[in-house]
Write a protein that binds this ligand. Structure first.
Ligand code: EPU
Length: 469
């Protein structure tokens, strides 16, 4: 005879099964796993970018802090958004579509604790669960964080996050498959300084400090445009936040925050990826929704390599104006430097430049995993442990292969390649589109974590390919 407990267990197992099937479905995106691309055609046409993955997912978490529903606009249909939506729903947040395409309404009025296994099943390969800590500690007094995923582009620890949460007064307990947090005495404003201007840890501080008791001062904060947009959202909700010129952010905690209405900042990483695709394939792509201010540094490098762009009110046209591409020396850095997420797509264009380029990756210690496939396709790229960009970084003398020397121009030839991570994966697509002959790119589902409808967009731009499930 089945008991109530058995039924509850069966219901939970069923929910977990459905959640993990949904995450898997989202991860393979449109059930596509492999794309066979016949390269050598320029990409030409217009595509649109929506809200930034790296803002939208955090804005969704911020809605947890409001006492009333929030409306987020321009939400892209990508699997990272679906993962955060699932996580919010297991915590009792009602998530619905609004009137316009891309509208998302988040109603946190009935927030509740979720079972560890349900959180784990919904978290998939995302790192976002760590950002639920502050809001859940405020709302419920406790939070559980499963062991985290995310792209394999380095160690990606969460030590900065745990350290700041402890300083706010959270009690952090390591458990076998994750971390449990509680705040028996509430959370209190703190004086904080990050060892490195981490995007995630800065967001952690913002999402925690806005409702903490008293004033928080954060030194060495990240100031990426996505962080500034999160600050705009929190201010709309009722927060008091000042940003000084020297990476210092001050937050005065308040007792109550309301829901917000906000149109998300455009995805400048997606825009830069399509720009790089236009350059490498000798094409011409109008990226609707892209804006100049957040892409200033990218545009300078794009021009130095030999690319051309026209800035319009509704987007940016990126194109290859003819002539030879030129080599560059790039060091990735925190904002306002050249973003780490921009280097992988641009490296394909650099294989076509006349001369030797250097890319010194200073944000992640292992972000050149995608290069092996390019070498297989005919690129001349050497990876070095030394800091080759000119400035020593924190990865120097530590055996991390974090500098790339790219010598061009080299003809790329079609090959069978496998996508290693999100940005590396998009760069593999560009390589296949640039190459002579046919390439089969597998594991492309990862790309749908951050690029909305990329298959449809490739079609719109005239790419020649077949899909396999
Ligand atoms: N770091 C630590 N300890 C921590 C946190 C970070 O050592 O507790 C280190 C990281 O290992 C890394 C560096 O600090 O070497 C920077 O990491 P950061 O915290 O800034 O990155 P993140 O918040 O995990 C976000 C984006 C990344 C983007 C980086 C840098 C999201 C979901 N991810 O990651 O985006 O590259 O900031 O701008 O916002 C992507 O979109 O493909 C992507 C990886």
């Amino acid at each position: 005879m089945s008991t109530v407990l058995d039924e509850a267990r069966a219901a939970r197992e069923d929910a977990l099964h459905r959640a993990s099937a949904a995450n898997h479905g989202a991860a393979v995106g449109m059930n596509v796993d492999k794309v066979t691309i016949r390269g050598g055609r320029p990409l030409v046409g217009r595509i649109e970018v929506k809200g930034a993955k790296n803002l939208v997912t955090k804005a969704m978490v911020a809605a947890l802090l409001g006492e009333t529903p929030s409306l987020l606009k321009d939400v892209p249909n990508i699997s990272d958004v679906r993962i955060v939506r699932g996580l919010l729903e297991v915590h009792g947040v009602k998530v619905t579509e609004g009137d316009e395409p891309g509208d998302m309404i988040l109603d946190p009025v009935d927030v509740e604790s979720a079972h560890f296994a349900a959180i784990d099943a919904h978290a998939g390969s995302s790192r976002i669960p760590i950002l639920f800590c502050g809001p859940l500690l405020h709302r419920l007094g406790e939070a559980f964080i499963p062991d985290l995923g995310g792209c394999r582009i380095g160690d990606r620890p969460i030590d900065f996050h745990l350290e700041v949460l402890r300083k706010f007064g959270a009690v952090v307990e390591k458990q076998p498959n994750g971390i449990r947090m509680s705040a028996p005495n509430g959370l209190k404003g703190a004086k904080l300084e990050l060892p490195y201007p981490s995007v995630g840890a800065t967001e952690q501080v913002l999402l925690t400090a806005v409702r903490a008791d008293g004033i928080t001062e954060l030194k060495n904060a990240a100031i990426e445009p996505e962080i500034m947009d999160l600050i705009h959202i929190l201010q709309k909700m009722g927060a008091i936040i000042t940003v000084d010129t020297d990476r210092v952010i001050r937050i005065e905690g308040v007792d109550r925050l309301e829901g917000y209405t906000h149109r998300a900042l455009f995805d400048r990483n997606e825009a830069a990826s399509w720009a790089a695709a236009a350059l490498a394939t000798q094409g011409d792509i109008f990226v609707g929704g892209a804006r100049q201010p957040e892409m200033l540094t990218f545009l300078n490098v794009f021009r130095k390599v030999g690319g051309a762009f026209d800035i319009h009110d509704d987007g940016i046209r990126f194109y290859h104006p003819g002539g030879d591409l030129k080599p560059v020396i790039i060091e990735t850095d925190v904002h306002p430097g050249f973003m780490t997420d921009w280097q992988q797509p641009l490296v394909i264009a650099l294989t076509q430049a006349h001369g030797t380029s250097i890319v010194h990756e200073t944000v992640y210690e292992q972000r050149f995993g995608f290069v092996d496939a390019l070498v297989k396709m005919g690129a001349t790229i050497q990876i070095h442990r030394e800091c080759l960009g000119g400035h020593p970084c924190r990865f120097g003398q530590r055996n991390f292969n974090h500098s790339a020397v790219i010598t061009g121009p080299t003809k790329l030839y079609g090959a069978d390649i496998e996508v290693p991570d999100l940005r590396g994966g998009f760069s593999h697509l560009i390589a296949a589109l640039t190459a002579e002959g046919s390439s089969t790119v597998s594991n492309v589902g990862i790309i749908s974590r951050g690029y909305e409808n990329f298959i449809t967009k490739l079609r719109l731009l005239g790419a020649d390919f077949d899909l396999e499930g």
